[in-house]
Write a protein that binds this ligand. Structure first.
Ligand SMILES: [Zn+2]
Length: 384
């Protein structure tokens, strides 16, 4: 341990001694600061500002001093960054990003004439350990393929009151995750207005700007296509659930609707018959996937929407009820199932991205590597 790191940030030196600085020194200080900013590229400077802001927020939340920071505080910040995940369940901060964040904290301290707390062996050792750990494979939720999805939906009580009410909603939520490839937060945030009935395509869904994509303020459009069979028809699920919401105040009409549901007949108009709902039924800003309450005798549909977490829990419960072990799965399994099933059926990455809205092929390639090891693998050309 060098004296430099040992003393790290224990106290702020009393520099600069303000009253003794004359005007010339003040000017020279301004010049030197100006020169300093030229040593960093604009990108690096932006990254450092971001790093510092994030560190300050972390310290404020936990009641810690940010400037000067104790090396222990920096260690906690590194540990915090290491456990943050994105919506794929992947680490939100790469080791490179964490190193850059630390550089930002170091730069701020040095610029203020303080010792750099990030050089402490406790901090550098932690980052090295993390890099080693990250080199091993990340754990992702397993994908649910079409057969799995149909099995989960088949296990629900669709035409029984009161169970049929939440079954109608959950079936729709599952199709939104699988056919729509929506993230749970995106599915939970949909309103009736987000849906648009299309006579030729099925249902267009306007997905709001997602958390993963903050630069994108334009809503994306994904499609729930008419199913070849009513059993695989996501638009039918939209029609059933929206019709139920319209009838929810009235128990008798809800029951009549549920008992009348023929799961083997399209209610979406795909076969030329009159659809259950019309565009006018979607002209509302109320949440699409609303919370339901049910006891043994009755069911209610609440005004507020479900949360993404509730959708995740719902899927795991529905899997258990279908006799499946949900431990390696999550709501994201529907979205990764979309990618995996589509790739298995021969869709190329750019076609997959039309619906998943991934920015690059990289994510699709990760799914291929993990779940489709035979995809574009020369072992299939051996003539075995
Ligand atoms: Zn249909």
């Amino acid at each position: 341990m060098t004296p430099h790191t040992k003393l790290a940030a224990l106290s702020a030196p009393s520099w600069p001694p303000e009253p003794e600085i004359d005007d010339e020194l003040r000017e020279l200080e301004a010049v030197s600061r100006g020169l300093e900013t030229h040593t960093l590229s604009a990108n690096t400077r932006r990254a450092y500002v971001k790093a510092w802001r994030s560190f300050e927020t972390f310290c404020a939340v936990h009641g810690l001093d940010a400037l000067p920071a104790h090396p222990e505080t920096v260690r906690w910040h590194v540990a915090w960054m290491s456990v943050q995940t994105d919506e794929h369940g992947l680490p939100r901060f790469s080791v490179a990003t964490i190193r850059q964040r630390l550089a930002g904290i170091a730069e701020k301290h040095l610029r203020e004439g303080l010792l750099d707390p990030t050089g402490h062996r406790g901090v550098t050792g932690l980052v090295r350990g993390l890099a080693k750990l990250r080199a091993t494979r990340a754990v992702r939720k397993r994908p649910l393929l079409l057969d799995d999805v149909l099995r989960i939906i088949r296990a629900m009580d669709h035409d029984v009151y009161p169970a049929g009410v939440s079954a109608a909603r959950d079936e729709l939520a599952i199709w939104l995750g699988f056919a729509g490839a929506l993230r749970r937060g995106e599915a939970a945030a949909l309103s009736l207005k987000s849906m648009e009935l299309n006579r030729l395509d099925g249902v267009h869904i306007h997905v709001g700007a997602s958390k993963a994509d903050q630069d994108n303020s334009q809503p994306d459009v994904v499609v729930l296509p008419f199913g070849g069979s009513p059993r695989t028809c996501a638009p039918c699920a939209v029609h059933r659930w929206v019709a139920l919401m319209g009838a929810c105040a009235d128990r008798r009409s809800t029951m009549r609707l549920l008992y009348g549901y023929q799961l083997d007949t399209h209610v979406c108009g795909a076969d030329g018959s009159t659809p259950l709902i019309s565009s006018a039924d979607l002209d509302s800003a109320t949440p699409l996937l609303r919370a339901t309450y049910r006891n043994r005798r009755s069911a209610r549909i609440h005004a507020q929407g479900v949360t993404g977490d509730a959708l995740h829990t719902m899927l795991l419960t529905r899997m258990s009820e279908a006799g499946m072990n949900p431990s390696a799965y999550g709501f994201h399994s529907l979205r990764s199932g979309f990618v995996t099933q589509a790739r298995r059926n021969g869709a190329d990455p750019s076609d997959v991205r039309r619906q998943t809205r991934h920015k690059s092929d990289r994510m699709v390639e990760i799914y291929d590597r993990e779940w489709l090891p035979l995809q574009r693998n020369a072992v299939t050309s051996l003539g075995l």
